[in-house]
Design a protein around this ligand. Structure first.
Ligand code: SAH
Ligand code: SF4
Ligand code: F3S
Length: 484
């Protein structure tokens, strides 16, 4: 019998005995992985190691934690270098084209590592894998990739990895959609004291430039009870800061049997004993309610920070983007928020060079930035995503024009951020001490309520605690401070 057939017989038996109920089923596959890891460790006389490279947004970061949880339950140890890893996963993002190119660029390098360690498993997942042309390219050009899965079947990871281990073929399983929300699988948090919590998945907004609704599927909210139970469990594990995650948290609750809004959910969460800081992202300006502003104003443990992506300062461009608000409505919203919460930090996302954007329309964006005075802003050059409505629009803007506009905007954004940051210099603020500073020995990094960071001298035993720090000096986007 050929080696391949024997291997497939093992897989056949494993699959034959797998339970049907989803959680028990995945736990069963984790047990199978454990056996594999233990056997391999004996043969190699060392531990098996894994590394996950995460691109994109907080959703992907949280998904990577879920995958780490499964790998570590199976006995894999974390590695900080692909060179020493037996399992390498890229959790990809496809929101802009350069995100895709980065991944293709890295694959060649991974192949060279696999030549040296033939047992190395290379896996790809995340938003890029939801695109058919990407999958075709991997099937034809990147045959050495062992496992490919998508955003909807992450909970099947243990099962897919088992299939990949016991076959000699590339395993590729990507679903178009799902109505399932599978929870309660093991999870490893990157930080012991803070955690993301998904409150919803997917997006129904179809902004005309954006690929996310196509790769993350329709909007699905989690039951409030499940969210609250997860948070309580996190608190009992030592978490004091949570970030509620969704592409558009303001439309939380749509489609649930219970009648609940995001403001109500946030109010309930803020009342849970033991949470020092609550953050959330992202808020779509079109459905930000007055109740939400009131809830944020009311609770001390909700961070006074709104990430409120504007995308453009021109009403015509916003209409073409399918954003459902005008420039005037956005500015009025900012005024309303600031009237009720004067110390609120505002951050945003802006796209430069959307198809048809004129010089005057770009200047409207610049003008909006000057009026709102954001604490910080992520600025992006428009990237044409095949499959979106904007990709078909005529009048795509030439690269040199966009890049000049982008530079002008960035300069303005940075100037304002610096001025805003300076306003806090000389003050003493409470920070959550997050980690050791990578660049400077003996220094720690703490995060302010408004999400900016300060570096200061301190002992690493303080990590995870809240302390007062004097902001001595502003370095543009961060501070140098002194522990009080
Ligand atoms: N759900 C969030 C954004 C998710 S994507 C929201 O609606 O605000 C994060 C950011 O990427 C977007 O806010 C947008 O500014 C940017 N982005 C999305 N698609 C893009 C594209 N095709 N080109 C350039 N930037 C894009
Ligand atoms: Fe993309 Fe718009 Fe959905 Fe945000 S709200 S994920 S920008 S479609
Ligand atoms: Fe990227 Fe997917 Fe997030 S495309 S921005 S990782 S939802």
């Amino acid at each position: 019998m050929s080696k391949k057939l024997i291997v497939n017989k093992i897989l056949y038996d494993i699959l034959e005995n797998a339970p049907e109920e989803e959680i028990t089923r995945q736990e069963y596959f984790i047990e199978q992985l454990k056996e594999y890891v233990a056997t391999k460790e004996k043969v190699l006389n060392r531990k098996l190691k894994y590394i996950i490279n995460t691109f994109g947004c907080q959703m992907n970061a949280r998904d990577s934690e879920k995958i780490s949880g499964i790998l570590e339950s199976a006995g894999f140890m974390p590695s900080d270098d692909e060179k020493h890893a037996d399992f390498v996963l890229y959790n990809t993002c496809t929101v802009r084209e350069n995100a895709n190119n980065k991944v293709y660029g890295r694959l060649g390098y991974l192949n060279s590592l696999k030549q040296k360690n033939p047992d190395m498993i290379i896996a790809l997942c995340g938003c890029m894998m939801q695109e058919e042309n990407v999958r075709e390219k991997i099937k034809t050009t990147y045959r050495f990739v062992d496992l490919v899965f998508g955003t909807h079947n992450i909970f099947k990871f243990a099962e897919l990895l088992v299939s990949s281990i016991y076959t000699n073929k590339q395993v590729m399983e990507v679903w178009d959609k799902t109505d399932k929300i599978v929870e309660e699988l093991p999870i490893v948090r990157k930080y012991s004291y803070k955690s993301g919590v998904n409150i919803m998945f997917g997006c129904d907004n179809f902004c005309s430039y954006c690929i996310v609704p196509y790769v993350r599927g329709r909007e699905r909210s989690r039951k409030s009870e499940d969210i609250i139970n997860e948070i309580k469990k996190l608190i009992s594990d030592g978490v004091t800061e949570i970030m509620l995650l969704g592409q558009n948290v303001n439309s939380y609750g749509k489609g649930l049997d219970e009648k609940i809004t995001f403001a109500e959910l946030l109010d309930r969460i803020a009342k849970i004993e033991g949470l020092k800081r609550i953050r959330f992202m992202t808020s779509h300006p079109k459905d930000l309610s007055d109740e939400l502003i009131d809830v944020i104003a009311k609770h001390d443990n909700i961070c006074k920070h709104f990430h409120l992506p504007v995308q453009s300062g021109s009403t015509r461009v916003l209409t073409e983007m399918n954003r459902h608000y005008t420039r005037e409505q956005y500015l009025a919203l900012v005024d309303k928020i600031r009237a009720k919460i004067p110390n609120i930090a505002l951050t945003t996302d802006i796209i430069v060079g959307f198809p048809g954007e004129t010089e005057e329309e770009f200047e409207e964006t610049l003008d909006l930035v000057k009026r709102v005075r954001y604490d910080s802003a992520f600025t992006f050059i428009y990237s044409k995503r095949t499959g979106t409505r904007a990709a078909l629009m005529e009048d795509q803007i030439p690269e040199d024009v966009v890049s000049k506009r982008f530079d002008r905007l960035l300069k303005e954004v940075q100037k304002i951020s610096e001025e805003k940051a300076k306003e806090l210099t000389g003050k003493t603020v409470e920070v959550l001490i997050e980690e050791e500073n990578e660049k400077e020995e003996g220094f720690l990094t703490g995060r302010l309520e408004n999400n900016s960071v300060v570096h200061f001298k301190g002992d690493k035993t303080l990590i995870g605690s809240y302390k007062n720090v004097h902001l001595d000096e502003c370095k543009g986007f961060y501070y140098i401070g002194t522990l009080q």
